[in-house]
Design a protein around this ligand. Structure first.
Ligand SMILES: Cc1cc2nc3c(=O)[nH]c(=O)nc-3n(C[C@H](O)[C@H](O)[C@H](O)COP(=O)(O)OP(=O)(O)OC[C@H]3O[C@@H](n4cnc5c(N)ncnc54)[C@H](O)[C@@H]3O)c2cc1C
Length: 391
């Protein structure tokens, strides 16, 4: 079995790395840092990727792509995640909101929404979770009722990433309240500048820029912003989430951290003048990480390969997501142990080992088992659909 990428994909990786070396500014530490320059920078960066046909390369030509193979697209995902995701919030529209529109959107919607995504001009957010509907998403209660020639939306979303920067929101809401909970839902495309929308940031350990509550008070949404059949929003949402879990290359950041730790332990000496790399506990930690990094990478490639062969399933993404998110936590823990007490200092503090990289990663790894559907829910999927165990 061949585990290497095709030669053209590797050549493309080199080109992409050179481009990023030239384009990423000195201050860029990653999407999840708290810095006002991030959103404007990521928009500009996406437009530059688009100019080179690298933003939506696996999309069909008619939607602004170049019909590239899935491995080239995988190279983009890996290199972007490794560099702290300089596409910013747009990774969501590129990885899963766009593909969902290709599956369920009308020709008019595709023309109107996919082109700006492919040009890197527009930011989207995802309005699914509510205070009383997270894992049990179908329990959501945000309503869209019929008004004078449009929907009138009322309700609240929570944990909406990047809502302060988003131009549009993919909103899952209830259009037919009398139906059973998985029925009567609909997917709407909502302009975030519509009157009646209030975004309230939630402060979190990840910094104040990421999470938000979004309130909808009599928000008018035109009927032509309904995606997929009315009342069939659950099917649209499940397709969106399936694309979301496939898009993640969580292993790519692990490789960056592992390389940094290897460099650190070989160049840093302990109180006896010996390199940290000679300590058995350090060596066993790094070897454990290397083995798991390789496994995580192959679990991800398995999904891509199945997609390319048209035999994708929802168990493989669940396995990959659980394994990779837990690996990200593990490398945070092992890495902080290795760099010691000063590892808790943050980026920019002159005394922080690896310029705070490990602490920064640790903080942002904690939510990974919750994001994209919690690991408990993924384990339920594996148990029921993968192992055939009863609910
Ligand atoms: C980094 C991050 C980004 C996010 N971005 C967005 C976003 O942009 N848009 C959006 O809509 N949402 C977003 N979310 C929200 C995310 O989808 C939810 O947090 C997640 O679905 C869990 O819902 P909850 O927080 O309400 O927890 P709950 O559903 O209340 O779960 C609480 C705990 O109970 C467990 N649990 C619940 N049900 C079961 C079960 N049946 N079996 C076993 N265990 C169970 C869960 O695993 C969890 O540990 C984001 C979350 C994170 C962490």
């Amino acid at each position: 079995m061949e585990f290497e990428f095709p030669a053209e994909a590797e050549q493309f990786r080199e080109e992409l790395r050179a481009f990023m070396d030239a384009e990423l500014p000195e201050w860029w530490k990653g999407l999840f840092h708290d810095d006002d320059r991030i959103y404007p920078f990521t928009r500009e960066f996406c437009m530059k990727l688009a100019e080179r046909d690298w933003l939506t390369m696996s999309w069909p030509v008619e939607h602004g792509g170049v019909d590239a193979d899935v491995w080239s697209q995988m190279v983009v995902r890996e290199e972007m995640w490794a560099a702290g995701e300089p596409r910013g919030p747009q990774y969501m529209s590129l990885n899963y909101i766009g593909p969902m529109l290709m599956e369920f959107g009308t020709a008019d919607q595709q023309e109107r929404f996919l082109k700006p995504m492919a040009a890197g001009e527009v930011m989207w957010c995802q309005g699914f979770s509510e205070p009383e509907a997270g894992s049990d998403l179908a329990a959501l209660s945000t309503k869209a009722t019929d008004a004078d020639g449009c929907f009138l939306v009322n309700g609240q979303k929570i944990w909406t990433s990047y809502a302060t920067a988003a131009d549009w929101c993919l909103l899952l809401c209830r259009t037919d309240p009398g139906e059973r909970k998985h029925h009567g839902l609909s997917m709407l495309l909502v302009d975030m500048n519509t009157p009646g929308i209030t975004v309230r940031p939630i402060d979190s350990m990840g910094g104040p820029k990421e999470f938000n509550e979004v309130f909808f008070d009599d928000v008018e949404v035109p009927y032509d912003c309904l995606v997929g059949p009315r009342g069939d929003g659950w099917r649209v949402a499940m397709s969106t989430l399936a694309h979301e879990r496939v898009g993640a290359a969580l292993h790519a950041r692990v490789k960056v951290l592992l390389d940094a730790l290897i460099e650190y332990v070989t160049t840093t000496k302990d109180e006896n003048g010996q390199p940290l790399a000679l300590r058995p506990s350090v060596r066993s930690g790094l070897v454990r990480l290397q083995a798991r990094y390789r496994a995580a990478r192959l679990l991800c490639y398995r999904i891509v390969s199945a997609m390319a062969a048209g035999v994708a399933n929802d168990v493989d993404p669940a396995v990959s997501k659980v394994f990779s998110s837990e690996l990200n936590i593990l490398i945070g823990n092992i890495g902080l142990d290795i760099v010691g007490a000063r590892g808790q200092l943050t980026t920019g503090d002159g005394l922080a080992p690896l310029d705070g990289l490990m602490n920064d990663h640790w903080v942002h790894s904690i939510p990974q088992p919750i994001a994209m559907g919690t690991n408990e829910i993924q384990r339920n999927i594996i148990a029921q659909r993968g192992l055939g165990l009863p609910r």
